[in-house]
Design a binder for this molecule. Structure first.
Ligand SMILES: NC(=O)c1ccc[n+]([C@@H]2O[C@H](COP(=O)([O-])OP(=O)(O)OC[C@H]3O[C@@H](n4cnc5c(N)ncnc54)[C@H](O)[C@@H]3O)[C@@H](O)[C@H]2O)c1
Length: 260
């Protein structure tokens, strides 16, 4: 018996087979879930190609989180298809290049607003679009929203405005947990250590993170292993953490717990 038997889950953020969301999708299927993916913009065709590496190949919806029309359309499609949504993975992040690696004074509001909208506000936009479906599952035993985070309790080298966006995401997850808990919908984040994905390549200081993890992780850390992150997401989407919400679960080899 799988941990997600009978669950219907929307997984955003699959771009390549290195994406954290791809590891979640593969695990979710192995644990018995029925999944649909979403992709956005120029990456959509790549998401469709990557979907074919999953078995069975899931359908792919177009959801750019900055498009109210696409969010609404996806809500209708899944409403007709499933009638409820047991799980939702938010694996979305983007910041214009000037927001990363150049200190806090290089980027102006026009760029910062993009980083905040796509990387933080999008959790509210996404949850809002599927809220009736999540609440339907919540009434029937529980629904789970999981987002991917990078520990935002401290200032990191070079992460800059993306770090601020992640801090907003952490706060937003707590407020959504407050609002949706009475409807049976849990909202949690997984704060992952560094994994080599497309998004990671766009972070100029990524090798510094790798070095930090090499030196500090009590459990050690493998930057090529997305599956450790995926398994935590699956656990949060399963029925095994029914009283956990508003939580940031660290999957970082223990780095958050130790000083330098
Ligand atoms: N890779 C890491 O080291 C790491 C560590 C901690 C947290 N994270 C987080 O994990 C999440 C997934 O990133 P990843 O590392 O797997 O990289 P990735 O590049 O594979 O995924 C990023 C995803 O964001 C999507 N996206 C960007 N703009 C979008 C928009 N406007 N609308 C909808 N989708 C959009 C992309 O299509 C892509 O699928 C991000 O939130 C990232 O910050 C990554």
């Amino acid at each position: 018996m799988g941990m997600l038997d009978g669950k219907r889950i929307l997984i955003t953020g699959v771009l390549t087979d290195a994406s954290l969301a791809f590891a979640v999708a593969r695990r979710a299927q192995a644990e018995g879930a029925e999944i649909v993916l979403s992709g956005a913009g120029r990456g959509l065709s790549l998401t469709r190609r990557t979907a074919r590496k999953l078995d069975p190949a899931p359908d792919v919806l177009e959801i750019d989180v900055t498009s109210d029309d696409q969010l609404a359309a996806a809500g209708s499609v899944l409403g007709e298809r499933w009638g409820r949504l047991d799980g939702l993975l938010h694996a979305i992040g983007f910041a214009p290049p000037v927001c990363l690696g150049q200190g806090m004074f290089a980027a102006g509001w026009d760029d910062v607003t993009v980083a905040l909208q796509v990387s933080a506000y999008s959790l509210k936009a996404l949850v809002g679009a599927f809220r009736p479906l999540l609440e339907e599952a919540g009434a029937g035993g529980g629904a789970s929203v999981v987002g991917l985070d990078f520990d935002a309790t401290v200032a990191w080298p070079l992460y800059d405005w993306m770090g601020v966006a992640k801090a907003a995401l952490e706060s937003l997850a707590r407020y959504l947990a407050r609002d949706l808990g009475p409807r049976g919908v849990r909202v949690n984040l997984v704060a992952a250590g560094p994994v080599r994905t497309m998004a990671a390549k766009s972070i100029p200081g990524f090798p510094e993170f790798e070095e930090t993890w090499r030196q500090r992780a009590p459990l050690g850390w493998n930057v090529h292993d997305a599956d450790v992150v995926a398994r935590a997401c699956i656990a949060l989407m399963s029925d095994w953490l029914p009283m956990t919400t508003g939580e940031v679960l660290h999957v970082d080899g223990g780095v958050h717990a130790v000083g330098s």
